[in-house]
Write a protein that binds this ligand. Structure first.
Ligand code: GLU
Length: 399
């Protein structure tokens, strides 16, 4: 097998330079003969600690529930029936989450468990909820450990593989880096086990039809994903601004190895997560309503701040939370687009009011922002012409 890859010249520090990293762990790395590989997990958690110390926010998407559970329940090897896989996942997920909690806890990191179904990442309202939970965990310094909720997912409504799930989690959380660790060390021009002329690809700048054709179908016995689902994951991730790496996790400390320039196939992101999200908001969503801002709020958003309820003076349309809305000036001028954090009824009740009053008015502690600045896209014209008076806004409390 020929190689184009020279570790001595590979780029180092690619992980520690990332702000938010999703690491996907394949079942075969974590479980052997139905038993958890505790030493491997401990070494992985050393790596995670190293990245956390470097300032990265970490999310782990871990497989292994079914593989662990089938060992505990003594189920036969080979394909499981759906209900057997669900039972195995139920038993195995408890052990899996506990193992992460112990291993991370021993290193001063707190683990949180998140079990997702396909609908949680595809339906807008549930997507927003999941995103909110992950971002709150990260703000609190915890490490979300994500898996598919295999005990309730049926074959029709499931991801079935954690490669694509990890990519959706990465885009949902605007991660700038996704690492898929499995027993595959990267992408080759042909399946390396069968073709002695297969060439390893260290960098994939774009997912061309040629790259798609290189994805064979093979996976190992324990994990469901092969190269096909990894290329699907790369397409999801890179088009939303997340750089993705495929690397082998079969050695100890696989993340440290990547950090030191070790072997991996890197798929370049096509945009930054923020610009991809803003392009999506600005271009692809049909606005369901309108928010009219007062002059102070216009200055605040032009300054790059969020839109608070206090700065909204009129609302139109029957929008729901998570819908796109048009943002307009008092003279009706179109200023931009945003994703609104309240449905129209609640937005009506809190508009013009201080964010501290939200809980008293609505009966629950909603978001302080009507439209968060990450969810706001202004027209180029607005940005060029609008006045900018930061000091006055700070006094008025437009955070
Ligand atoms: N969610 C499955 C599990 O935890 C694994 C899916 C996969 O291997 O990609 O067992």
């Amino acid at each position: 097998m020929s190689e184009l890859f020279h570790p001595a010249t590979a780029e180092t520090g690619r992980l520690s330079r990332s702000r938010r990293i999703v690491v996907k762990i394949g079942s075969s790395l974590l479980v052997a003969d139905g038993q958890l590989k505790r030493d491997w997990l401990a070494a992985l958690c050393d790596d995670l600690k190293m990245l956390a110390k470097a300032g990265a926010e970490l999310i782990v998407v871990s497989s292994g529930a079914i593989a662990l559970g089938r060992g505990v329940l003594g189920l036969p090897s080979g394909a499981l029936k759906l209900e057997q896989a669900q039972a195995a996942a139920s038993v195995g997920q408890v052990a899996l989450a506990q193992a992460y909690a112990d291993a991370l806890g021993g290193r001063g990191l707190t683990a949180g468990q998140i079990l997702l179904t396909l609908g949680d990442t595809e339906e807008r309202r549930r997507y927003l909820n999941a995103r909110e939970t992950v971002s709150t965990l990260l703000k609190l310094g915890a490490v979300p450990i994500v898996n598919e909720n295999d005990t309730v997912a049926t074959s029709e409504i499931r991801y079935g593989d954690n490669d694509r799930l990890a990519a959706r989690v990465a885009t949902m959380c605007s991660a700038d880096c996704l690492v898929l660790l499995s027993d595959v060390d990267g992408l080759y021009t042909a399946p390396p086990a069968q073709d002695p002329n297969a060439v390893f690809l260290p960098e994939v700048p774009a997912i061309t039809p040629e790259i798609e054709a290189m994805a064979g179908a093979a996976g190992s016995e324990l994990s469901r994903g092969g190269m096909r689902t990894k290329i699907d994951a790369a397409r999801i991730a890179t088009s939303a601004g997340t750089t993705m790496a495929i690397a082998s996790g079969t050695r100890m400390n696989p993340l440290a190895a990547i950090e030191n320039g070790g072997r991996a196939t890197w798929f370049s992101a096509r945009a930054t997560p923020a610009s991809a999200r803003k392009a999506w908001i600005g271009g692809h969503l049909e606005p369901r309503g309108t928010l009219e801002l007062d002059a102070g709020a216009i200055r605040a958003v032009v300054d790059g701040r969020s839109l608070l309820p206090a700065g909204v003076r009129r609302i139109e349309g029957g929008f729901s939370r998570g819908d796109a809305v048009r943002i307009v000036a008092p003279d009706g001028r179109d200023i931009g687009r945003g994703i609104v954090a309240y449905d129209h009824r609640h937005a009506q009740l809190i508009m013009g009011r201080n964010s501290r009053e939200i809980e008293a008015i609505l009966g629950y502690a909603g978001r302080a922002e009507m439209v968060h600045r990450d969810d706001l896209v202004l027209n180029d014209q607005t940005l060029e012409t609008a006045p900018c008076d930061t000091a006055a806004e700070e006094e008025r409390g437009h955070a």
